[in-house]
Ligand binder design. Structure first.
Ligand SMILES: Cc1cc2nc3c(=O)[nH]c(=O)nc-3n(C[C@H](O)[C@H](O)[C@H](O)COP(=O)(O)O)c2cc1C
Length: 161
């Protein structure tokens, strides 16, 4: 099934999973880059990103080129921010939801603790679907890397083949 992974990542964890999916399954990858970057350290990291997520902001993206008609399956990847999806992914959803509703949709989240289930529900609601074919949650798979976490990603990739 022709597959596209669309993701946003602030600190590389979500990107790490996206790259593994690409490597293991041959999926195409689209990285979302906000025009105004979020701070990735200090107080501002949680204050601005968390606040922006809670109020449901979108954030303008750097121009991207993708033809969603080419893909049967779309995998949406994001870091959990304040138990929500991140504004760059929300922007992509706003811009493309009419093309996403009829796809085979999968979502994965990276987080440090919890909140992913709530974020998946919000993401499905934002797209206008009841849920996802599959979801997966990874706990800081790059910044707190273990062999066990790599294995979990590999098992996820197996299902996608
Ligand atoms: C603004 C902000 C809010 C966060 N909120 C949560 C949260 O609600 N629950 C959680 O488990 N982790 C939370 N985290 C941690 C990240 O989701 C986690 O470290 C994730 O793996 C980062 O992915 P990334 O490296 O792709 O950005 C938050 C991180 C940031 C920067």
């Amino acid at each position: 099934m022709k597959t596209l992974v669309v993701y946003y990542s602030l600190e590389g964890n979500t990107e790490y999973v996206a790259n593994k999916i690409k490597e293991k399954t041959g999926a195409d990858v689209l990285k979302l880059v906000p025009q105004k970057a979020y701070p990735n350290k200090g107080f501002g990291k949680f204050f601005f990103g968390g606040g922006s997520s809670v109020i449901g902001e979108t954030r303008e993206l750097e121009p991207y080129e993708v033809c969603l008609d080419e893909y049967e399956r779309v995998i949406l990847g994001f870091p959990v921010w304040a138990a929500r999806i991140t504004p760059p992914l929300r922007m992509f959803i706003e811009e493309n939801k009419s093309k996403l509703v009829n796809k085979n949709l999968i979502a994965y989240a990276c987080q440090s603790g919890n909140g992913a289930e709530k974020a998946f529900a919000k993401l499905a609601e934002g797209i206008g679907v009841d849920g996802f074919e599959k979801t997966a949650v990874f706990l800081d798979p790059k910044s707190k890397h273990t062999e066990e976490k790599d294995k979990q990603i590999e098992e996820f990739c197996e299902i996608l083949k």
